[in-house]
Design a protein around this ligand. Structure first.
Ligand code: 5GP
Length: 181
């Protein structure tokens, strides 16, 4: 049994999405993606660092030919809200003419995603869809369609399953939410 509460950098977090529930969301996303892309080759662009665990679980369940690219996006730093400034490394990935699936851990304001989609569209992929494990309510106001969402959650700050609080908590197998948020 995972602990009900954990402390990271002096902040308390409560168990929010247990691993079994995460696994169910990942499984149903992988089934949808498999159906939608049947007969095609996917190019998955994984957004580091947060999406690496989600992507590893999701992609191992897909029986589709799949190329993998990784981009590092940084927007939060030590804060718990978006700064609005997003940096990507590397600045180019090989996606011209390819069917691209962007793999993100969580969408909050969508600022990161918007910047990224703009950045990737300029490289002329054949198609570009987004898969995110979690989406917060603010994401509903996005002009971008979130085709594959594992779970809609309230506006809480979460850690675990790849997501961090100032680099702590990424390796937790379950997802925790900041208490009183
Ligand atoms: P947005 O630009 O949509 O506001 O934020 C997206 C990025 O911020 C995500 O890729 C993720 O790295 C980070 N982020 C957003 N919400 C959370 C959260 O609740 N917890 C953590 N650890 N990171 C978050």
């Amino acid at each position: 049994m995972p602990p009900k509460r954990i402390e990271l950098h002096g902040q308390w977090f409560r168990l929010f999405i247990p691993r079994q529930e995460i696994a169910q969301s990942v499984r149903s996303l992988s089934r949808r993606i498999e159906q939608d892309y049947a007969g095609r080759e996917l190019t998955c662009v994984v957004i580091l660092k947060g999406a690496f665990i989600f992507a590893a679980d999701l992609l191992r369940q897909l029986s589709l030919p799949c190329r993998i690219e990784m981009l590092r996006a940084q927007s939060y730093g030590m804060q718990m809200t978006s700064s609005g400034t997003v940096h990507f490394e590397p600045t180019t990935v090989d996606i011209r003419g390819r069917d691209v699936l962007l793999i993100e851990d969580i969408v909050d304001t969508g600022l990161t995603l918007q910047a990224l989609v703009h950045h990737l569209q300029s490289q002329e992929p054949a198609s570009l869809q987004i898969a995110t494990l979690l989406a917060k309510p603010a994401a509903q106001h996005l002009a971008l369609p979130l085709t594959y969402v594992g779970k809609h959650i309230p506006a809480v700050f979460v850690v675990g399953y790849g997501m961090d609080y100032a680099e702590a908590g990424r390796t937790l197998p379950d997802i925790y939410a900041l208490e009183d948020s």
